[in-house]
Design a protein around this ligand. Structure first.
Ligand code: NAD
Ligand code: GLY
Length: 356
């Protein structure tokens, strides 16, 4: 097991990364204090709730709140169910929320912990690759509104994050591959050595070989920890984590969140952003081809579908939160391992939208 420390404004917390962590009440169980509410979804609870037995041993008052799964369940109504479960448990200010699940559960349970009695402890136990390498680390919590994703939320740092890569064995192939897109992102934007290692280990990762997977998760978490330590509130470097996301969010919205998993849309978005970086001579030619080759070996698409309405994507990109003064601001590459935020003209973006 490796312990990665995340420094933030209020102190620091450990991220435990290893195999078999759920089944053994090892070091991480000491972060469970007071009464404990486990929050999970139906799928994950069916698979992993019983494995928490060892960690909960000796805790006199604990309960589970099991919610339906899916992005459409990340609502204020389910957030309220978590709050009511805390009341029913008799949770005091020393209580702990244990979030067991993907990013939906982590964000929603984290937000409940941020609000209950103005803030109680949360321990994040992420079970999807996306949540392990991204969502569970960094303290962003929240829920969706009908008007948009993550419109209500708070920064609330966890007391600890417990990443058991064994849980990834039950993740379906598309969820797994979508998570790999976020792993590649860290290499592309800030860690050229990690990117080269991913190229070397792509087949092992596609086959989910445990050693490769463990190292990929550890190196991703280390990258995320460094970014959060440098810029917890997203005043600078943290914005670079949005590489591929402005294109990706537009694509998800244009396809009603039905066609692409988030990471799949981000993979296409990263490819488009890399091509735009070359077009603007921010980087030498060949970077986009190298990125595409890695994404494709990991089973991810890199091209927009032929019939995709490009002008609709451009309109949606104008709504992105990073934009200022009507300009579309994109994360672009200066090379593998180096990224910048740059305003872009619609005609520049139209160039990479052209069919090959
Ligand atoms: P998710 O939580 O919806 O999980 C996807 C599906 O996988 C669910 O049906 C879940 O039940 C199932 N599942 C989870 N773990 C499993 C396992 N080990 N085996 C089998 N099935 C399993 O989706 P996600 O991709 O983990 O997270 C997406 C959410 O994360 C979005 O709401 C996004 O906004 C949020 N997010 C937050 C941050 C952040 O910084 N807070 C960062 C990135 C994404
Ligand atoms: N997932 C982006 C962030 O944590 O800032």
């Amino acid at each position: 097991m490796k312990v990665i420390k995340v420094r933030h404004g209020g102190g620091e917390y450990p991220v435990y990364v290893g195999q078999g962590l759920l089944g053994t009440a090892s070091a991480w169980a000491r972060h469970l204090r007071g009464r404990v509410l486990v929050v999970s979804d139906e799928t994950v609870a069916g698979l992993y709730l019983s494995r928490l037995g060892g960690a909960l041993e000796g805790i006199r008052h604990h309960q589970a709140a099991i919610l339906p799964d899916g992005e459409d369940q990340k609502t204020l109504a389910n957030w309220q169910r978590v709050i009511e479960a805390l009341v029913e448990l008799g949770a005091q200010r020393d209580a702990t929320v244990l979030a067991l699940g993907g990013g939906v559960i982590g964000d929603m349970a984290g937000f409940a912990a941020a609000c209950y009695m103005r803030g109680i402890r949360v321990v994040q136990v992420p079970t999807t690759l996306l949540a392990q390498v991204d969502a569970a680390v960094g303290g962003k919590t929240g829920v969706n509104l009908a008007a948009g994703k993550n419109l209500v939320g708070a920064f609330h740092a966890p007391s600890a994050v417990v990443v058991d890569v064994d849980t990834l064995a039950t993740l379906d192939d598309r969820e797994y591959r979508a998570g790999l897109a976020e792993v590649v992102k860290y290499g592309a934007i800030r860690d050229a050595a990690f990117f080269a290692w991913l190229e070397q280990e792509a087949d092992a990762l596609a086959a989910r070989l445990p050693d490769a997977l463990l190292e990929a998760v550890q190196r991703s978490v280390s990258n995320k920890a460094e970014v959060v330590a440098a810029d917890e509130r997203e005043a600078g470097e943290r914005a670079l984590l949005n590489f591929g996301h402005t294109f990706g969010h537009a694509l998800e919205t244009a396809t009603d969140y039905r066609r692409y998993r988030h990471g799949e849309a981000v993979a296409i978005g990263m490819s488009l952003a890399a091509r735009l970086s070359e077009l603007l001579s921010l980087t030498i030619p060949g970077v986009a081809a190298r990125l595409d080759a890695l994404l494709q070996r990991l089973g991810l698409e890199t091209q927009l579908a032929p019939g995709q309405d490009r002008e609709q994507l451009l309109s949606l990109m104008r709504l992105d939160k990073k934009n200022q003064a009507e300009q579309i601001r994109l994360v672009l590459l200066e090379g593998i391992g180096r990224a910048v935020v740059r305003p872009c003209e619609p005609d520049e973006i139209r160039e990479v939208f052209k069919e090959p």
